[in-house]
Design a protein. Structure first.
Length: 189
C-alpha cells in the first residue's frame, strides 16, 4: 500500500478505512507522546494523554480542514489536553532526570555515539540534563512554545495555529523564554 498524504488518509478514515486510521496514529504517535511527556513529566499520564488525543482526533476528523497541516492540528489537540491536565492536577515542575528510590540509580538519556570518549559523553549528558531542567522550569505557556519550536521543529505559524494564539504572541513567548533561559544559564556559570 502506498502511503498517501495526511489529507488523503483523513478522507479514507472518514469512509471507515481502519488501516488509514492506524497510519495516522503511526505517523504522529511519537510526536504526540513526546510533547505530552515533556509537558506532564509522567510516562503514565503522557500515554493516557496520547491515547486521548487520538480518540479526540477520531471524533473530530470530519471537522479537520485539509488545507491546513494535519500535524499542527493533532498537536493542537494534544497540547490543549496537556494544558487541561496540568490545570486539573496543578503539578509542580520536576526534573525528567530522577533517582530510583530503591536503587538510587539516576535515569538519564543514553545516546550511543562511538566518537566521543567517556569524559565528552559525561559532559554532554550533564549539559543535556541541565538544558532539560531549564526548559522544564519554564512556565507552561513558555515551555510549550519552546518544545513545539525546537523539539518538534514547528514553524511560528504552525505553533500559532496549533495553540490558537496570534503570531506575534508566539514570537514574543519564544523570545521571552529564550531570554529567561539565557539569564538562568548566565546566572549559573
Amino acid at each position: 500500500m502506498a502511503i498517501g498524504d495526511d489529507a488523503e488518509l483523513v478522507g479514507r478514515c472518514l469512509t471507515g478505512d481502519e488501516r488509514a486510521y492506524r497510519e495516522l496514529i503511526d505517523r504522529y504517535r511519537r510526536q504526540v507522546y513526546s510533547l505530552a511527556l515533556r509537558m506532564v513529566r509522567r510516562a503514565e499520564d503522557a500515554e493516557d494523554l496520547t491515547q486521548e488525543t487520538f480518540v479526540r482526533m477520531f471524533r473530530a476528523l470530519e471537522r479537520y480542514d485539509p488545507t491546513r497541516p494535519f500535524g499542527a492540528w493533532i498537536i493542537t489537540i494534544a497540547s490543549r489536553l496537556c494544558i487541561d491536565h496540568l490545570r486539573r492536577r496543578r503539578l509542580t515542575p520536576m526534573s525528567m532526570f530522577q533517582r530510583d528510590a530503591e536503587s538510587d540509580e539516576e535515569y538519564v538519556l543514553e545516546i550511543e555515539d562511538p566518537g566521543p570518549g567517556p569524559e565528552a559523553t559525561t559532559q554532554h549528558r550533564e549539559e543535556e540534563q541541565r538544558a532539560g531542567e531549564l526548559i522544564d522550569s519554564l512556565p507552561e505557556h513558555y515551555r510549550i512554545v519552546v518544545l513545539m519550536r525546537h523539539q518538534m521543529d514547528l514553524s511560528y505559524e504552525e505553533i500559532s495555529e496549533a495553540l490558537s494564539l496570534p503570531l506575534g504572541t508566539v514570537k514574543a513567548r519564544i523570545h521571552r523564554a529564550r531570554e529567561i533561559l539565557k539569564t538562568r544559564i548566565e546566572g549559573n556559570e
